[in-house]
Unconditional design. Sequence first.
Length: 354
Amino acid sequence: MKTFLILLAFFALFSSNNALVCETKPSLKINNRPVIGVLAQRYWGSFKQYSKGYSYIAASYVKYLESAGARVVPIFVSEDYEYYKKLMKQINGLLLPGGNNYVGNSEYSDAALTLWKLSIQANTNDDYFPVWGTCLGFEMILFAQANQTDYLTKCESNDVALPLNFTRENIQNSKMFAEINPQLLKILKNEKVTVNYHHNCMTYTNFTKARLDEFFDVLSTNEDVTGLQFISTIEAKKYPIYGVQFHPEKNAYEFIVNSNHRNTPHSFNSILTTQYFANFFVNETRKNFHCFKTQLAENKALIYNFNTEFTGISGKGSFDELYFFKISPSTKTKSSFIISVLLCLTNMLFTVFF
């Protein structure tokens, strides 16, 4: 009898780990267990043990999404097409984060382009798949939609917090701000609660020249320190695709202070805006019903399997905590890596990592 009970318990445990974690044809119209993929990128920072052959994800993006009720799966660079294709059928949304890699010539860019094409294919086939781009991710979305042509302009908006200049009076008619309350909208309009860390901008002129206005609506603009107007918030007209040039996640989760990071807002009102953007995007991913085949497969994919490093302890760089991942060798991305190294070394002469 005892042996039978042990076998029964083992079978129950095995079965629970291999049970489907969602319905393939959901009877409900909401998925309250969303899993969002966040794309990693090669690490160029000052932690020597990770300076060669590692990618990273800033923990602030993970906390940001988790605060709104999502879980995160890291998406690795330098993987083959089948890896990305399979993963996209298992996650409920995609976040392309900011960072110090390059649009067009990096492993991050290669992976993001593949993920972009897969997300467009999904949405075209009525598979509601939300995508969000922050800073570099915002620029990546524009690059991808512009047939991989770089229409960005050099600008200077680094370590600058700004209010948003909304492009229409009834901004609540947009998807992104449809549910915003009047008080929070007033905060975004009047207070310096959106922090910028970028040296490239998308102007209205180039936006139109690239015919991006046919795919996206512009929701807000800002000006850099020289007065150059740039686009700061977009959403796709037809698809659940969104982008911001600023960093909503930093307000609540990045407290590092150094010569290049002094102006990230941490006020109560700034945290309200962070939570609004997180809630909005995660709620979009609840409308997607992709899933892993088993609970065990889902568990193995989650970022819970990795630990963070307290990189902010040095007082350098841009992030308090990072997740690191060993990059798989890939001949396919060798040329992109070499170009990335050269560009990164050049960039180090003029700017800082952000």
